[in-house]
Design a protein around this ligand. Structure first.
Ligand SMILES: Nc1nc2c(ncn2[C@@H]2O[C@H](COP(=O)(O)OP(=O)(O)O)[C@@H](O)[C@H]2O)c(=O)[nH]1
Ligand SMILES: [Mg+2]
Length: 446
């Protein structure tokens, strides 16, 4: 029987909606056994963790489908509860009928992420692993998915769990010195504390340093093409996409609104945005477009300034500096296409071969940050923030120690703060609101 804290039993279709070869209905909770009588060919209970072929019947005994049933008794299941998986033929009406049938057995439809939430609350996963499950499903690129798999494998918990324990040991030593007063014990805890803090920070640093990369990998990046009218922004946009998305004409002011498309640059999911050329204009529609261009440029993660005049000074009227200058229409003024340093690209007769645009894409991906082999990537803003805050507490403790090594109370307070953040990170301390936020982004059935 399940040792879970939950008294109700939930069910959901775990496969995507629509027609398919197979659809899986997953049932979890203490009352899974209510379903066994609907599987007449199987013993009650069915053999654990064994795929069993059986009819599925309704309460009148009518066969709904021929299915595979898989029974995972608690606690060795995804949720830690008794779990039954029904592998049906992938007909949405059939799935709906099976869920209605289960409802008559008092098995209610699951909320988004409820299976994983139960897995977390039953101690099958820590919170970072639960988040990794969602990221594996939603990761928009291969690299993101790989980073999420590492997290599901316990990467963050394995790295941070020992840090937290070492931190608590250190805290215990500091508190012992507070209790017995430095003079009485005769020796100072400062050297140990200094060494300990250094080690802890060393362990946290790579995770915090890769935070922005991680956020970009999972959250995506906005790359904006901006410039004066008629410099070839839309032509470049189309070449980067590999399709004629934006209208290109010789008339300045052709692009009046933002045009965006989702692409990948290296490992990053990118929203590439083409904008109206920046100029003073009496045309009301174009003026609105120019305003949008400016706002979009201000919000860019990577701002590309396109110019057809290699001597043109960088613009001063944008609210942020550009990251890359692209000298365009190279065929009109001579020059060789390609990178000139990290932040300048000479481009391109729009008739240039694909390799030129490949090099542009690769360089932009590189500017966003290389991910290859990065072992310490968090997956969510929540994780990044908890780690960054823990690090801040440790840095504050380090400063206090330098300023006044005897002020152990204040130092202990910072160590407590850091330990608390790390416990929150792993989900050892959590509020319902945090869990609601984490699990609301899941799909139903996961
Ligand atoms: N010679 C030359 N003309 C270009 C190049 N790229 C774009 N153009 C032309 O410049 C004009 C404006 O291009 P467009 O992409 O609409 O510029 P935008 O206003 O900055 O979006 C069009 O007539 C394009 O054919 C290029 O690399 N070389
Ligand atoms: Mg344009």
């Amino acid at each position: 029987m399940s040792s879970s804290a939950f008294t109700d039993t939930i069910a959901a279709v775990a496969t995507p909606p629509g027609l398919g070869g197979v659809a899986i209905v997953r049932v979890s909770g203490p009352e899974v056994a209510r379903v066994f009588p609907l599987l007449p060919k199987l013993p009650d209970p069915p053999p654990p963790r064994t795929a069993c072929f059986t009819p599925l019947v309704d309460d009148a005994g009518e066969v709904l489908d021929e299915i595979l049933a898989l029974y995972f008794p608690a606690p060795r299941s995804y949720t830690g509860e008794d779990v039954l998986e029904l592998h049906l033929h992938g007909n949405p009406h059939l799935c709906a009928e099976v869920l209605s049938l289960l409802a008559t057995l008092d098995i209610r439809p699951a909320q988004p992420g409820e299976f994983t939430r139960r897995a977390f609350l039953n101690g099958r996963l820590d919170l970072t692993q639960a988040e990794a499950v969602e990221k594996i499903i939603h990761a928009p690129t291969r690299e993101g998915r790989r980073a999420a798999v590492r997290l599901l494998d316990g990467g963050l918990g394995e790295a941070i769990g020992p840090v937290r324990e070492a931190l608590i040991d250190l805290l215990a030593q500091v508190e012992a010195h507070i209790d017995f007063e430095v003079e009485e014990s005769g020796e100072s805890v400062a050297p140990q504390l200094e060494e300990g803090l250094k080690t802890l920070l060393h362990a946290l640093d790579p995770w915090v340093a890769s935070r922005r990369t991680a956020e970009r990998l999972f959250g995506g990046v906005r790359v904006v093409l901006a410039g004066r009218p008629n410099v070839g922004k839309s032509s470049l946009f189309n070449r980067l996409l590999g399709e004629e998305r934006a209208i290109v004409t010789a008339i300045a002011g052709t692009t009046r609104d933002l045009i965006d498309r989702d692409v990948h640059l290296g490992p990053y999911p990118v929203r590439l945005i083409d904008t109206a050329g920046l100029r003073q204009t009496e045309d009301v529609i174009e003026a609105e477009g120019v305003g949008r261009s400016r706002r979009s440029a201000a919000q860019a993660d990577l701002l590309l300034w396109v110019s057809d005049d290699p001597d043109e000074a960088p613009p001063e009227d944008l609210t942020r500096p550009c990251d890359v200058r692209i000298d365009n229409k190279r065929d009109a003024w001579g020059g060789t296409s390609g990178w000139q340093g990290e932040h300048r690209f000479v481009c391109a007769a729009k008739s240039d071969p694909d390799e030129v645009f490949e090099a542009l894409r690769a360089g932009l991906g590189h500017l966003l940050g290389d991910v290859g082999g990065e072992e310490s990537l968090t997956a969510t803003a929540r994780q990044g923030q908890a780690l960054a805050e823990a690090r801040q507490h440790l840095l504050a403790a380090q400063t206090l120690l330098r300023d006044d090594p005897d002020d152990l109370e204040l130092i202990a307070e910072e160590l407590h703060g850091a330990a608390h953040r790390l416990a929150e990170l792993l989900g050892e301390i959590h509020g319902e609101d945090v869990l609601d936020r984490v699990f609301s982004s899941f799909c139903i059935g996961k």
